[in-house]
Write a protein that binds this ligand. Structure first.
Ligand code: DAH
Length: 355
């Protein structure tokens, strides 16, 4: 019969030196594996006479429980220490500033929408939105453009059904109708969004972006419109002076209507905005037609105002010297890396709009 006390003592000597899960596992196998020291003792039991066997079995089971407890507890302890060590090693100081190597870029169109929103919010405009899939009524009829009106042909419309009742909106102007029908005057909104026309070349894409503006209140005049656009263009192009002219034009939803040109010159093949004697058309505007107000359930005797609409992509091209509109929508990563903006550089009027 082996000396169980000796086995235990020997185990304890080895046990105290152990401090890894791996060594502990090996020790466990040495004692409890198939031919382990303790397992072998159990095998010997069969050859003992009955008197000794009972006594030995009792002691051996006690030894087994003792040693397995020691192993189990040590296992838990090591595991806990490992987790604590990991927490120390992998500690992240979240108060450290982020490294400026963020790899994503903001698309120039998104950047320009943020810039424009920031500029208009300074003078009390809020941002409204509407769906890309629009009814023929909101897109045309309610905007004083009845069926067979020649202005409908100017927009190469994508119709979505045979009856021409739903379409992809050809401009952001239908959001004027939606906003007025859903609220009470006064209204002072801008509407950035996607618009669609069946057209594609260097300066036209079948999907493009527009920004609509609408200001309806008592006693709003053309002078307010001029002041508003003058402020906007100066802020947007980040110049002190701007040459601007209103050219008489026609839109069914405004009366009178105008197109706005800004002065520019070419220097080393680059456009310089605000100076020079060339003119560039950048938006359409006018005083909202009483028929539009009526269709939108606004009392046109009490309320009046102005509206304007401009191409966002075109403004982005002008401001950032991009000459092909189609590149905006080609999702070429190299292009975006070149023309895109740092995601952490949010444009505000106070901090500066572009860098
Ligand atoms: N909706 C016009 C277009 O797409 C642009 C426009 C012109 C909008 C005059 C207006 C406006 O709100 O008053 O060509």
């Amino acid at each position: 019969m082996s000396d169980l006390n000796y086995i235990k003592k020997e185990f304890e000597e080895k046990f105290v030196k152990i401090n890894s899960k791996n060594d502990l596992q090996n020790l466990k196998s040495e004692y409890f594996g198939k031919n382990g020291i303790v397992s072998s003792e159990f095998k010997k039991m069969g050859s003992l006479d009955e008197n000794h066997r009972k006594d030995f079995a009792k002691k051996l089971n006690l030894l087994k429980d003792d040693l397995t407890n020691l192993i189990e507890n040590k296992f838990k302890l090591i595991e806990k220490e490992e987790i604590n060590q990991k927490l120390v090693d992998e500690k992240i100081d979240i108060t450290l500033p982020i490294r400026s190597q963020a790899s994503g870029k903001i698309h120039p169109v998104s950047q320009v929408i943020d810039e424009i929103s920031s500029i208009f919010s300074e003078i009390g405009f809020t941002v409204a939105e509407g769906p890309d899939v629009e009814s023929e009524y909101n897109n045309f009829t309610a905007l004083n453009t009845p069926e067979n009106h020649p202005a409908r042909d100017m927009h190469d419309t994508f119709y979505l059904d045979a009856n021409k009742k739903t379409l992809l909106r050809t401009h952001t102007s239908p959001v004027q109708i939606r906003t007025m029908l859903n609220g009470k005057p006064p209204f002072k909104i801008i509407v950035p969004g996607r618009t669609y026309r069946c057209d594609s070349d260097q300066t036209h894409a079948p999907m493009f972006h527009q920004l609509e503006g609408l200001h309806i209140d008592k006693n709003i005049t053309m002078a307010h419109l001029k002041g508003c656009l003058n402020y906007f263009i100066k802020e947007f192009f980040e110049v002190k002076n701007i040459k601007m002219r209103f050219r008489p034009s026609h839109f069914p939803f405004t009366e009178p209507s105008a197109e706005v040109d800004i002065g520019y010159k070419l220097e080393d093949n680059k456009i310089v905005i605000g100076e020079g004697n060339k003119w560039l058309e950048i938006l359409g505007c006018g005083m909202v037609h009483p028929n539009v107000l009526r269709n939108a359930k606004v009392n046109s005797k009490q309320f009046q105002g102005y509206a304007f609409g401009m191409g966002i992509d075109r403004l982005a091209m002008l401001k950032y010297g991009i000459n092909d509109l189609r590149a905006f929508f080609e999702t070429d990563y190299r292009w975006l890396n070149h023309y895109g903006f740092d995601p952490l550089d949010v444009p505000t009027n106070y901090r500066g709009l572009s860098r």
